[in-house]
Design a binder for this molecule. Sequence first.
Ligand SMILES: [Zn+2]
Ligand SMILES: [Zn+2]
Length: 225
Amino acid sequence: MKALKLEKNKLELDKKLELDKTNIKKIKPFSDVTEFHGHICPGSALGYRAAEAALTQLSSESSPDEELVAIVENDSCAVDAVQVVTGCTFGKGNLIFQDYGKQVYTFINRNTGDAVRVSLKSSFNMDKIDPNLGVLRRKVRSGKASPQEKDELEKLVGEVSQKVLDYPLEDLFEVKPVEIQIPPKAKIFKSLKCPECGEMVSEHRVKILDGKFVCMDCFKSLKKE
Ligand SMILES: [Zn+2]
Ligand SMILES: [Zn+2]
């Protein structure tokens, strides 16, 4: 009887270990990014690869809570991929946006303190993959493209995105370990009622006007008067 029980425990343990093994560095499929982002594009493919580089380097899976922090230096399509793959999201406060207009991403693992800076190599650009992409895109945006050219662009966007997904990672990004101060976890603030509009506003965003605590909206419009 006892032997049987042991055998059963062992089986369960084996099963658990197997599960753990499959979880290691399991990176979400690109289709998850497309579902969230709404379309396939080279930008989201690039963000996917940046997240892949970071997760591989930091040996971390996606961040169910806040173990991982991403500092992104642009607000392009790529950032949607970063959010899906790493679990660093705007809403959780572990996605920090710095408006520098650069394809640079810094990821920090709170548990280990390790951080990596993933920056797009200057030797890479989308034109290198297919110079027609930029030409066609400009034409479609200007409204002068024929229906065939529009179809062609759609096809090309898919092809270039696939090429970005297949591109050697080391030719896309510079991945460097960096030392960085771990940003504090997201705080929860109290709210108070704005005496002007009656709406609730988070304490850390109130403005003082004539000795009253008002919301940003009301502060701006009252200041204009
Ligand atoms: Zn996009
Ligand atoms: Zn107000």
